[in-house]
Ligand binder design. Structure first.
Ligand SMILES: CC(C)(COP(=O)(O)OP(=O)(O)OC[C@H]1O[C@@H](n2cnc3c(N)ncnc32)[C@H](O)[C@@H]1OP(=O)(O)O)[C@@H](O)C(=O)NCCC(=O)NCCS
Length: 161
């Protein structure tokens, strides 16, 4: 297998769908936040692995928002796109919306930024392909991702003091 030297954000983009059923409810009768987080992490991991062509593990999840509740009977849609890469890490942004299947109405419900690390066969961090920025939106997402990653690494350094 040949590893690509670089890949575009659209080359690894992924969308996951799941119908929300009674088994996904919290005590209020809406969809449980933990289930949404699991789907967000799954979508992010698939995008990261598609980019890296490697097994990837989650190293950070931040900025997860719960803007609106998701209701039972709605289709939960997680759209994951690689925004920034370091040497061995891949940042993925995931946007979630709920779709009402009868009316077709969609509501933005959650957003998150997640970082994954690509691992080699020995379980050690390994290099990932560069990110080829094609659109203005890709370049804006990269700049924001670079800032966020800098802040994460500053927080990590402070926590280790
Ligand atoms: C992933 C793991 C092997 C990395 O080990 P490590 O000693 O932290 O490795 P490094 O310090 O070399 O960091 C690896 C990459 O992660 C980045 N990183 C480390 N800590 C980070 C943090 N808190 N936030 C964002 N990125 C971070 C580093 O910048 C580096 O990326 P770069 O090469 O692109 O600069 C180790 O942290 C681990 O096993 N974590 C548990 C993963 C897990 O179980 N996840 C849940 C299940 S998937």
């Amino acid at each position: 297998m040949t590893l690509a030297a670089k890949k575009t954000p659209d080359g690894s983009r992924v969308t996951l769908h799941q119908l929300m059923l009674p088994e996904h409810a919290n005590a209020l009768g809406n969809v449980h936040g933990g289930l949404i987080m699991k789907m967000v992490d799954e979508a992010g991991a698939i995008a990261a692995m598609r980019h890296a062509q490697r097994q990837c593990v989650t190293i950070a999840i931040d900025s997860m928002t719960f803007d609106k509740p998701v209701h039972l009977g709605e289709l939960l849609v997680c759209d994951a796109k690689v925004t920034y890469v370091g040497r061995t890490s891949v940042e993925v942004s995931v946007r979630v919306h709920a779709e009402h299947l009868i009316t077709g109405a969609t509501t933005h419900t959650n957003s998150a930024h997640l970082v994954y690390v690509a691992l080699d066969e020995g379980g050690k961090p390994c290099e990932v392909p560069r990110l080829e920025l094609v659109t203005e939106e890709d370049r804006r997402a990269w700049s924001e991702g670079e800032l966020r990653q800098g802040e994460r690494l500053t927080r990590r350094a402070r926590a280790r003091l």
